[in-house]
Ligand binder design. Sequence first.
Ligand code: ZN
Length: 896
Amino acid sequence: MREGQATAIQRLDYTAPAFWIDTVDLTFDLDPAKTRVLNKMRIRRNLDVPAQPLRLDGEELNLARVMVNGGGTSFKMEDNQLVLENLPEGDAPIDLEIFTTCAPAKNTQLSGLYVSHDTFFTQCEAEGFRRITYFLDRPDVMASYTVTLRANKALYPVLLSNGNLVESGDLEDGRHFAKWADPHKKPSYLFALVAGKLVAREQQIKSRAGNNHLLQVFVRPGDLEKTEHAMNSLMASVAWDEARFGLSLDLDRFMIVATSDFNMGAMENKGLNIFNTKYVLASQSTATDVDYANIESVVGHEYFHNWTGNRITCRDWFQLSLKEGLTVFRDQEFSMDMAGSDSARAVKRIEDVRVLRTVQFPEDAGPMAHPVRPDSYVEINNFYTVTIYEKGAEVVRMQHNLVGRDGFAQGMKLYFERHDGHAVTCDDFVQAMADANPDSPLAHHLEPFKRWYSQAGTPRVRAEGQYNADARTYTLTLSQSCPATPGQPTKQPFVIPVSLGLLGADGRAIALQQEGDSEASGTQGTIVLTEPSMSITFANVDSQPVPSLLRGFSAPVILECDFSDADLLNLLAHDTDPFNRWEAGQRLALRLATAAIQAPGEWQQPLLPPEFLEAMRDVLRNPALDAAFKELVLTLPSEAYIAEQLDEVDPQRIHAVREAMRAELASALHADWIWAYEEHQTPGAYRPDAASAGRRALAGLALTMLCLAARQSGDTLWPGKTYQRFKDAGNMTDRFGALAALVGSDHELAQPALQRFHAMFRDEALVLDKWFALQAGAPDRNGNILPAVRALMTHADFQIKNPNRARSVIFSYCNANPGAFHRADGAGYAYWADRVLELDTFNPQVASRLARAMDRWRKLAEPYRTLAREAIERVAAQSTLSNDVREVVTRSLADE
Ligand code: ZN
């Protein structure tokens, strides 16, 4: 992990492997201190490339023996590679046998083979397999695996690997074995094994095609009753992929295993998905509605990888978005289809866009900006980013919109016909989409469309409308630009689909008739912007319209348009597109926030004018709108999103202004919040469906607002009711919502509630994570949060080596609590630097994620900027940094 200066790997340096590995036969003698791995491979020269030595990757392995075709051989070690120079020439198969040992119990990085709660797990993506055995650890080498696991039967009764169980039985000395064979070829990053004391929920299913499959969800004994939702989600995922894309489960057995020590969310190992417990375990008393929704989405995501990622995989890691962008798109569509109604779909879309804009847009504007298909990296683990995942999904979504739903299905079909069983590139995917839809705008603009994969940065689209009353025409001019990003000073135009409609002054949708067309073509259309600037004229427009642009967020761009307040109020009240309706409210709030933030000296109170409050009240009381949608509209833009709109960021001022706005919204709509709270109760049995969850979300927001209002008025009724709800709640959503309302308003009942909560859930790790996160993320009052965070780290339940727990305290503070983190004394940054250095000594991947918390330091106002730079420089000065953290801080400090 510490090999001096690492060099960057370049996409254009790709060459095919010099050898293929056809079969792998692995035998493990599992022991936490010293696990023995016998690796028998049948390999073959790739005659398409010049003859060269075999170079196998390996990391932290003890090599005991190497044999070629049954005999000894000479070999040498170069850096982390085992080099064999004298292999037989020609393309005859060669048998290679390598015997190594490793120490799973000492593996704190959680990459490769490791132990968690006396159970063995593996994590091989991206380059963890080389920590298990010497191998061509690259995704374009696909092999057939058989795996034999041997271990003490009492300690490790369950032995799992990919594919089908072909044999099992007892051995001497209380040991036993299991032999697994995977019927599908796979790259090494999809290998997995699990061994330990686990129990499973099982479900037999029959596919549409009539095949039987066994689904299993493995957890620690005691967690079984928390697996029902994960199993339901898995069954729904199987059914959905068959129904929507005709993709069936290709294995007799499909397993999910949960572990509480995991760096990421989950992993799509072939037939043996390994999950963070956070995305498996749920019961109404321990998990919130958001947890339930996340479980459904992550179970879906990993399952969908079985085709998009596993059957067709990536040629090299620069193509990561080939599988991740496409699979995120698929899981987003799955969640929308599961949610049902149009309005519930829109809610999911808004939530996804909110993540994109608050996390990915800043990434695209910061030092780690990279294209969806990057050109170089030092450490691939640093490129599991929101750009690869979420922006990648947007790029797939644009293709979906450009070829249509049926066209997209055709494109997927062609993609599998061409590439099933192979390791391919992002280009191969778009090419299949375009070839399946030769008359589509995607095919017509294919080369420029591909710039979405090669150019980093968020494009800006500027829209200007001209109404001509005499001619009754409306001309819309759209122009695009994209700021420079590291290594890419200039950009070429993107292909940007802009979905739009026009509203009359009365809010009614106007029929769209392009000048020159003989008749109108509905009330919604899409302009595909391909040039730096384009104009389009609509005829038969009776009065000055309000444009509703980028409906459904049809492209991942920043839209600039000089809307008047009246325009936005019109859109908020009447737009038929729910996304833009929400967006109009956000724009209004953002306008008010930025005006106050940028005002010299103290801002003018009240911050919220009557028209704004009236519009919010109208939405809240509108019987035609869903509760979930109302909750989104009535939530002000986040501090992070507001910060992104400003050239210079004073986090304290942003926090103060937003809090003041929230306080006004709480007080001004007091009677409405009471109404909303009382009208949106969910009596009866708990159900996590979108409609019930929406009601709970709105009631929760109302309660938060009532506690905020009480903070100003001194009212004791609502905090009291909130405490009561906290105690009596029948589900975690309501209980945690009430607790958060008390903590968020800093009420004196917050402390007793927190204590009680801890006592109730002291044995529920995932609930304790929430308990820690809530406190580390609480609103700062006079600098009280940092000392509280330090105190939390001394709590008996705090363990920095457990990633979920580390995230719950450290990340909640550094990443999700700007008002508390950005301190004028720089103590928040010093804390950050200490934690990055501490985490980096045992888990570089987690450390490197934390390092990203300072990405946007250059935008900070003084004194924050200077203090932030000093903290980053202190981290960079550490000579033993991992490649992971080194890459992040180096890019962060690089001159732009
Ligand atoms: Zn994925």
